[in-house]
Ligand binder design. Structure first.
Ligand SMILES: C[S@@+](CC[C@H](N)C(=O)[O-])C[C@H]1O[C@@H](n2cnc3c(N)ncnc32)[C@H](O)[C@@H]1O
Length: 424
């Protein structure tokens, strides 16, 4: 059996402790609260739906999840080490440690979730019940320094000693139990039927809908996003971006020269959409290995089946190809290799964000970029329109638009969805 605990999970939590072992390895305490703002995010390839996503614990396991019983939060040990997907080299790891893994930051991270170690054999010395071996950072949801200017982070602000057991609060026969926060956040509670709180799918659905509505309200009121609630979840971002690109630029423009240059394309989702599924010329520039997800494998299988059913000559089936990947960082030293591309694009391209627009400016290329993480310490030369350092995504969007004379539109997806672009 494949344990649910070994697949990738996205988890949102606040960093409340750290133990740096070396330049190659560090451990962080990630406080995951059973609240709307800092919660288990079970979004994986399936999207933002806790009921379908990962579960903290496996129903078939006998694991007792320390800390989940009475407290309102749980500390997960986050292991950040060289060689993991997004930390292929020391520079990438150091940048992530500097920018994302800072005390007090709320981070959205992805990795392999396993049960904690108690044997004292590891360097972590952690007794955390859960360990997330980090593969990458989706987003710094809240930077401590920005949210709390001039205030030092203190662990005690967030980690309280467990409250003493209050038996008077136990539900009595006939009482309607309160909803279980862990069930609501995870779609699962390790205590199962033994939990004294209610495990109710309808309540969980309502809660997820309320959280989405709140996020959308913030996007509309604070950021001017015009899409209201009619947005797809994050997992659809490659599909939506591909759709937007074809609509905005047109296939003839996209197919010119060597075609689209997808910089920092991660596992290659956008290239898969554009090149493999829709036949648009593309090249992926990404140091990490490409990886197909479940839906993409399924799509390839269905394509093959359809071909074999419809064709008399099933043997001549050619697997749809993946576009060429240049496995390197996108730096000014190699930009000349890409000067014949049609349009340079980047979806949440992290440290490559500004390089994309610099390349577009230098070679006079159309571009489209959806910025996500800011890395204010790494790119401390950036200034906003008031002359202050650029520390937030909105300011980064403005900065990039100002730098390029580009426009800004919103994709109809949740999360970081502003596209800065120029069509000529
Ligand atoms: C948050 S991921 C986004 C991946 C993908 N575009 C997506 O939306 O799923 C950021 C990616 O940027 C890549 N990256 C960071 N700096 C880069 C650079 N200078 N050149 C190429 N890729 C880079 C990382 O390897 C990582 O895969």
């Amino acid at each position: 059996m494949t344990s649910a605990s070994t697949s990738s999970r996205a988890v949102v939590g606040r960093i409340v402790g750290r133990r740096r072992v070396s330049a190659r390895l560090a451990f962080y305490d990630l406080l995951v609260e059973a609240s709307a703002t800092v919660a288990w995010s079970t979004t994986t390839d399936d999207g933002d739906d806790a009921s379908r996503g990962g579960r903290l614990g496996d129903r078939s396991s006998s694991a007792s999840l320390e800390g989940l019983g009475r407290s309102e939060s749980v500390v997960v040990e986050l292991v950040v080490k060289l060689g993991a997907e997004a930390f292929a080299d020391e520079d990438a790891l150091a940048a992530a440690r500097r920018e994302a893994f800072k005390l007090g930051n709320v981070v959205d991270v992805v990795g392999k979730l396993t049960r904690g170690r108690r044997d004292g054999q590891t360097k972590s010395r952690s007794t955390a019940a859960w360990v997330l071996t980090c593969e990458g950072v989706n987003e710094v949801v809240e930077a401590w320094a920005t949210a709390n200017p001039g205030k030092c982070f203190a662990r005690e602000l967030y980690v309280r000693p467990a409250a003493p057991r209050d038996d008077s609060a136990e539900s009595k026969p006939g009482d309607t139990p309160a909803p279980c926060k862990f069930f609501i956040n995870n779609g699962y509670c390790a205590k199962g039927d033994a939990c004294k709180y209610a495990h109710d799918r309808a309540v969980q659905r309502e809660w997820i809908a309320a959280r989405k509505a709140k996020r959308r309200e913030i996007a509309a009121t604070q950021y001017g996003d015009p899409h209201g609630d009619a947005v797809a979840n994050k997992s659809a971002r490659a599909v939506k971006f591909a759709e937007w690109l074809r609509g905005k630029f047109g296939d003839d423009v996209l197919n010119a020269g060597t075609g689209i240059l997808d910089v920092a394309g991660g596992r290659g989702d956008i290239s898969f959409e554009l090149f493999t599924k829709q036949g648009i010329k593309s090249t992926l520039v990404e140091p990490r290995a490409r990886k197909l997800n479940k839906q993409q494998h399924k799509w390839l299988k269905a394509r093959e089946k359809k071909f074999k059913t419809e064709s008399d000559d099933g043997a001549s089936f050619q697997k749809p190809e993946l576009c060429e990947q240049i496995k390197t960082e996108f730096t000014s030293e190699n930009w000349h290799l890409f000067k014949d591309c049609s349009v340079v694009i980047g979806m949440h391209p992290d440290q490559a964000t500004e390089a994309i627009v610099d390349f577009a400016n230098l070679y006079d290329k159309p571009f489209a970029i959806v910025p996500c993480c800011v890395f204010p310490e790494l790119f401390n030369h950036r200034r906003d329109r008031q002359g202050a350092p650029v520390t937030e995504r909105m300011a980064l969007v403005e900065y990039l638009a100002d730098k390029t004379g580009g426009s800004v539109e919103y994709l109809d997806i949740e999360g970081a969805n502003q596209v800065v672009f120029r069509t000529s």
